[in-house]
Design a protein around this ligand. Sequence first.
Ligand code: FPP
Length: 242
Amino acid sequence: MKKEFNSEELTIPTHVAIIMDGNGRWAKKRLMPRNFGHKAGAKVVEQICEDAYNLGIKYLTVYAFSTENWKRTVEEVTGIMNLLRNYLKDCIERASKNNMRVRVIGDRTALDADIVERIEELEKMTAQYDGLQFTIALNYGGRDEILRAVKKIASNVKEGTLDVENIDETCISSYLDTNDIPDPDLMIRTSGELRLSNYLIWQLAYCEFYFTDVLWPDFTVEHLKEAILHYNGRDRRYGGVK
Ligand code: FPP
């Protein structure tokens, strides 16, 4: 028998990270261009933010564009960037209505100046909101994030503001883009792919993974609940013995 979802009896993960995969295949199945799938996927992001918060999830992080996604056609990259432009613009109003704080992680140096401006404005405008803590990974790669952190650490050591003896895991975490966000408890990847694709590779060290065949534009609150039920069946030992 299928287990019932009763949020009072369940442990709700504090931080859920999602790899929203399958937009292209969803569009192809409908004989539509890939960007049609991304557009549908962006709509699902809006809904899942509300659903996640209503379920008691405090932090939600989504992978919108990876450092490797530039290899896609110019048409697709432009389409995703335009979607993000519009999303960031509309997000200010939605975030204030829902008390949602928005952060963007990743390397901003390769993004168009107007997108960077919108990100900065959105982060500033929503910084005081204590509802859902929503993070968008944009031009993000886990290795790139670690590389940027290592460079900052090295330069601080060189200029004398950081002592080599004080470099520990907490110190490294504080140099990452996610420095003020707790590590994810549950990582969901849609579309049946069983890879991490360079997503939050430092932060996911002790995370529980949940993979589903559902394509991202078809993902609903019911799938999110299913993932949380699976999460509750896991025994998190963090390398210890219970
Ligand atoms: C992966 O599906 C999806 C992406 C690389 C882009 C995700 C972007 C969005 C959902 C839209 C914008 C995001 C926000 C935050 C509004 P895929 O294209 O790799 O699908 P496929 O594996 O079926 O080809």
